[in-house]
Design a protein around this ligand. Structure first.
Ligand SMILES: C[C@](O)(CO)[C@H](O)COP(=O)(O)OP(=O)(O)OC[C@H]1O[C@@H](n2ccc(N)nc2=O)[C@H](O)[C@@H]1O
Ligand SMILES: Nc1ncnc2c1ncn2[C@@H]1O[C@H](COP(=O)(O)OP(=O)(O)OP(=O)(O)O)[C@@H](O)[C@H]1O
Length: 295
């Protein structure tokens, strides 16, 4: 019987500007997002009855979470397509740290929607963006899965033209950080947006452009996870051209000129901080159905 695997890449906010707040409390953002070849994996397979299982280094943290977002995604998609949605066994390989600002849950939800769309043969032209947004502000961008600029609360998405693969190191002290808590600690909710993105060519021009941008959630996140300072310094000590926090933290990323540079930086970081989660890889320009980087 068909078994479908879908990669759930880590979402990296290269910058995140908070520009306002809606009446319902959600914040208005302007963020440049790329997706890494580091991530979770979702497997789906037709079954006699619904099942959900977990494996991977961070599975134990989710065992207790009865309302896994993957299950919510399944149920929501089934409600939208009750005539074609059959029982399904879903397995989540949880490689990304939980509540870490790289959209792990959102990536899993988006990957589940993609895998189930294929399994249940939901028409390709069915627009799942509204359904994705009900699952979380980051889910529509994870569904897009390509370099993009997101505005609104994250749902107004403009894809960026093809971008060269961007070598990256992710580092997290394994201190879970709650997204609403970070937003609530934000001192200013009306900050300048991101400038227009003109054509950027090459690594150094991209770094120069990003250096003038910010993650407005970094300051409030540091009040909960002061290690963020240490992580950014350690990424820079290991040769990062730019180090910054992603999302609501506490994961920080470093950008490096080559994959080899990123890999040796990751080894150095892991040696200095053996308890941290550290991973090296590349943010990728676009993805095919299996999540492999296209050349
Ligand atoms: C910080 C980011 O990761 C940047 O990509 C996202 O904005 C967060 O996206 P997410 O985790 O999918 O967020 P949701 O699950 O929709 O919301 C969690 C909580 O974060 C806060 N939240 C989230 C998104 C947003 N634009 N404004 C907010 O204020 C709200 O308190 C909300 O109750
Ligand atoms: N599949 C899942 N993976 C991770 N967390 C999940 C999952 N399902 C439910 N959750 C719950 O969602 C909460 C947020 O976790 P997640 O890893 O998505 O946060 P995040 O990386 O900070 O996301 P974002 O960058 O979108 O804010 C966790 O506290 C966890 O209990």
């Amino acid at each position: 019987m068909a078994r479908i695997a879908e990669f759930a890449p880590a979402k990296i906010n290269l910058c995140l500007h908070v520009t306002g707040q809606r009446e319902d409390g959600y914040h208005l953002l302007e963020t440049i997002v790329m997706f890494a070849d580091i991530g979770d994996r979702v497997h789906v397979e037709a079954a006699r009855e619904d099942r959900f299982s977990l494996s991977g280094p961070f599975a134990p943290e989710l065992d207790a979470a009865r309302d896994n977002i993957v299950v919510r995604a399944r149920d929501m998609l089934r409600d939208a397509f009750p005539d074609i949605a059959r029982p399904v066994s879903i397995h989540l390989e949880k490689n990304l740290p939980v509540a870490s600002g790289i959209g792990g849950g959102s990536a899993d939800a988006a990957a589940s929607l993609k895998a189930l769309r294929a399994l249940w043969r939901i028409p390709q032209n069915a627009d799942l963006a509204d359904l994705a947004l009900q699952l979380g502000a980051d889910v529509p961008m994870c569904l897009a899965g390509q370099p993009l600029v997101a505005r609104g609360i994250g749902e107004r998405i403009a894809l960026l033209p093809s971008v060269a693969p961007l070598p990256i190191v992710l580092a997290n002290p394994l201190t879970g950080v709650s997204t609403p808590e970070i937003f609530s600690r934000l001192a200013s909710k009306t900050n300048p947006g991101i400038p227009e993105i003109s054509s950027i060519s090459g690594f150094h021009q991209l770094i120069d452009f990003l250096k003038d941008l910010r993650n407005d959630l970094e300051l409030p996140a540091r009040t909960i996870a002061p290690e963020i300072d240490t992580i950014n310094r350690a990424l820079q000590d290991a040769g990062a051209a730019l180090a910054r926090m992603s999302g609501s933290g506490a994961t920080c990323f470093g950008l490096y000129p080559s994959l080899e540079d990123a890999q040796s930086a990751a080894s150095e970081l892991q040696r200095r901080f053996p308890r941290w989660y550290v991973a090296a890889g590349r943010c990728i320009g676009s993805q095919n159905a299996t999540g492999k980087a296209m050349q």
